[in-house]
Design a protein around this ligand. Structure first.
Ligand SMILES: Cc1ncc(COP(=O)(O)O)c(C=O)c1O
Length: 423
């Protein structure tokens, strides 16, 4: 018997995933680029600077050996895991064996997602501060857990909120998701904060994940401690690192998870069902990055810092209120009056359409982010200055249209809250 119903039906969890935020902006961006229009992309945190030469050279050297074309060591090569452990000793004085306390991942995003699948299920609760990098919420949602969001706030407020929620919620939260240095705000955590967090984790029996993807991108001689420096962290938590940002290796897909051996083991178990690990030459090249590229990171950070200054100072000259981020690859800035009335999504679309500048609307990082923009530091200083010029011109044009009554400063009709989705 024929039915008019489509056989294509998704699982219920798909209904909990909002549409891809960059979809709208990216679509316009691609159309413009197809027409030969130069779009300045301050939207995604997709590094445009190259991977260090010695890393790429090592990849090429190793990739010609047919032995490396076979399935790689699941969970990461012994030598890469050892190098990651040595790195933690050298940078943070953290003792890791490099065996069951380290696992390599296909970028940190994959690792975070699968760890959530290993740790969480229906009935579990996760606490995530907002604004948030989308996978921190949606990995838990996909795993079937409930997510409680709360404002990032000061360290004191953060700790107070966690302990209040642990006292009032039943069942008690199972996991707290941290992300320091923070995307999108660039906030850093102090060692004392981590220490108090670990004490709370032990008192209230929850696990802690720190996404440390921007651990090396720090400005003005600030310090970004590792969660694992804190006594007791290895009993309750793990940290994720990424090669994407530190070494401009976003396309290589290499990351790692370090810390509590049971959590690392759980991630290894679930990954054993899903994937076969990372192409061996990429892992070997990763060893070179970790071992020999500390200087390259410093050079890259100096570049980002100059871009940050050019962007923030340019925005201030436009009359915007902006705080320079202490870390990360982004400037998180409030849209000034009267344009804030448009909301961040419409504002971003207008910037794309009128100024040929892609920006990430704050709404993609949780509804509290609406009213903000996230601007990535991936374009060079000249192009950043050019982007600001084009944005300024577009804003003057909008003001004139408002005065003429042909443009209203209202958000576009939107029934669904989109998410930033990628990076
Ligand atoms: C906070 C944060 N975590 C993780 C990632 C993903 O990194 P990876 O390329 O290692 O998957 C990103 C990418 O932008 C990020 O901003």
């Amino acid at each position: 018997m024929q039915t008019s119903q489509s056989p294509i039906r998704f699982a219920e969890r798909m209904n909990q995933l909002p549409p891809y935020l960059f979809g709208i902006i990216n679509k316009i961006k691609m159309e413009k680029r197809w027409q030969g229009i130069d779009v300045i992309d301050l939207g995604m945190g997709n590094p445009m600077d190259p991977t260090p030469d010695k890393v790429t050279e090592k990849l090429c050297e190793v990739a010609v050996d047919p032995k490396t074309h076979r399935y790689p060591a699941a969970g990461g090569m012994k030598n890469l895991k050892r190098e990651i452990a040595l790195y933690y000793k050298r940078k943070y004085d953290v003792e890791l064996t490099g065996e069951d306390d380290v696992i390599c991942t296909i970028g940190s995003k994959e690792g975070i997602s699968h760890l959530c699948l290993a740790l969480l299920g229906t009935g579990d609760t996760v606490l995530v501060p907002t604004p948030f990098f989308p996978i921190h919420v949606y990995a838990a949602v996909i795993a079937g857990a409930s997510v409680i969001r709360f404002p990032l706030g000061s360290e004191e407020d953060f700790l107070r909120q966690i302990s209040a929620m642990c006292r009032s919620l039943y069942p008690q939260p199972k996991l707290v998701m941290l992300n320091y240095p923070h995307n999108p705000t660039g906030t850093l955590a102090s060692r004392d904060f981590f220490s108090e967090m670990i004490k709370l984790a032990k008192r209230y029996n929850f696990m802690v994940i720190n996404d440390f993807a921007y651990g090396q991108i720090i400005y003005d001689d600030e310090v970004a401690p590792s969660l694992l420096e804190v006594p007791g962290a290895l009993d309750v938590g793990v940290e994720f690192g990424s090669f994407s940002k530190s070494y401009n290796m976003a396309g290589w897909r290499l990351g790692y998870c370090v810390g509590n051996t049971e959590m690392v083991g759980g991630l290894g178990k679930i990954k054993g069902y899903y994937d076969y690990g990372i192409f061996s030459p990429i892992q070997v090249a990763g060893i070179v990055a970790m071992r020999d590229c500390d200087d390259t990171i410093l050079e890259q950070v100096a570049i980002y810092q100059k871009r940050r200054d050019a962007l923030c100072e340019g925005l201030v000259r436009m009359g915007w209120e902006v705080e320079k981020p202490k870390a990360g690859m982004f400037v998180w800035v409030k849209i000034p009056e009267p344009f804030i009335q448009m909301g961040s999504i419409r504002f971003s679309v207008e910037m794309m359409n009128r100024a040929n500048v892609a920006v990430a609307p704050g709404a993609g990082f949780g509804e509290e982010g609406d009213g903000f923009l996230r601007l990535a530091l991936v374009e060079n200083e000249n192009r950043i200055r050019q982007a600001l010029k084009q944005m300024r011109r577009a804003l003057v044009e909008i003001e004139q249209e408002v005065k003429a009554g042909i443009f209203t400063l209202t958000p576009e009709d939107s029934t669904e809250q989109p998410t930033a989705g990628s990076n």
